[in-house]
Ligand binder design. Structure first.
Ligand code: PD2
Ligand code: ZN
Length: 298
């Protein structure tokens, strides 16, 4: 019979081995948050005090070993190439892609965010909503433990996925997106359409897959990490529904045909790409999201 104590090692009999120290360093250098490393150690039966002392002592020793210059870089996973529209402050405010004029309404360096006007025509928005409407189901998010999907209270919208290139319209939009952000079409996941009803929201989250979660390895088998997101607004809600970046103090108003693009060169909060969909206060909000991976998504 278990009283819940047998599996909890007591502080007195826990010995911090070199193997554990190596593991702590590996987690830190892969970009895992200290909190998550601590939780993983506690789940494995380590006493909280012992775990915290072991982490502190090990990481301090590692930083001393690396010296001041390398230690800052070692604390983060390496940066990878990301989608990147051909635009800077000296460029024209209109980007011509596939015969379509896209207006640049706002750019921000950190987090990397751009807002586009007129990415989709009214007719394209209407056609996408008509195609997606009959296929909407309550949205699911990735289950961190298994890499499967689950219904999540943080995301109270209805959604569906198109196959990549599923219809001529979807294909045309995907080609436009790929050209706009200069990223291979085949690295894109299928477009996802979401419908938010009044009160529905998408609580702040990161779009990359957190390396600390056990289910992430399975998700990464299909094309590696996500490195960029385009959220396209298919209608203009009557109230609320901004896409917010709380760490940047930024709220992008949802306007039909416009879009917000952001990229993240590491699966790490230092990209400041925490973002959410604020609650819709009146009417409905419809968006189509394109997530882009490091490599071909199959
Ligand atoms: O609908 C949005 O504004 C929103 C906000 C945050 C969409 C997503 N994330 C997403 O699809 O990842
Ligand atoms: Zn998101």
């Amino acid at each position: 019979m278990s009283n819940g104590t047998e599996t909890t090692k007591t502080a007195a009999n826990q010995v911090v081995t070199d193997e554990l120290r190596r593991w702590i360093v590996e987690q830190a250098e892969a970009g895992c948050r200290p909190d998550d490393v601590l939780k993983a150690m506690q789940t494995a039966g380590w006493d909280e005090e012992v775990a915290l002392d072991a982490m502190e002592e090990t990481l301090r020793a590692r930083l001393d070993e690396l010296g001041p210059r390398k230690s800052r870089a070692a604390a983060l996973p390496p940066a990878v190439p990301v989608p990147n529209p051909d635009h800077d402050e000296k460029s024209s405010p209109v980007i011509e892609v596939e015969g379509h004029a896209v207006r640049v309404l706002m750019t921000m360096a950190e987090p990397r965010v751009m807002v586009f006007g007129g990415l989709l025509s009214e007719a394209e928005c209407d056609a996408m909503m008509a195609l997606a409407g009959p296929r909407l189901l309550r949205s699911e998010t990735v289950d961190n433990a298994t890499g499967g999907s689950e219904v999540n209270a943080a995301r109270t919208s209805d959604g569906m996925f198109f196959e990549r290139g599923e219809t001529p319209l979807i294909d045309k939009i995907e080609r436009r997106l790929a050209a706009l952000v200069r990223w291979p079409l085949v690295n894109g996941e299928g477009l996802q359409v979401l419908r938010y009803r009044p009160g529905a929201e998408y609580k702040p989250h990161h779009d990359y897959f957190d390396p600390v979660h056990p289910g992430t390895a399975r998700v990464l088998e299909r094309g590696g990490q996500r490195v960029g997101t385009v959220v396209m607004y298919l209608n203009t809600p009557e109230g609320g529904g901004a896409t917010t970046f709380p760490e940047a103090g930024l709220a992008v108003a949802p306007v039909k045909g416009n879009a917000v693009f952001f990229s993240y060169d590491k699966a790490h909060a230092s990209t400041k790409t925490l973002h959410g969909g604020a609650p819709v206060t009146a009417g409905e909000k419809w968006v189509a999201t394109k997530w882009m991976r490091e490599r071909e998504f199959r």
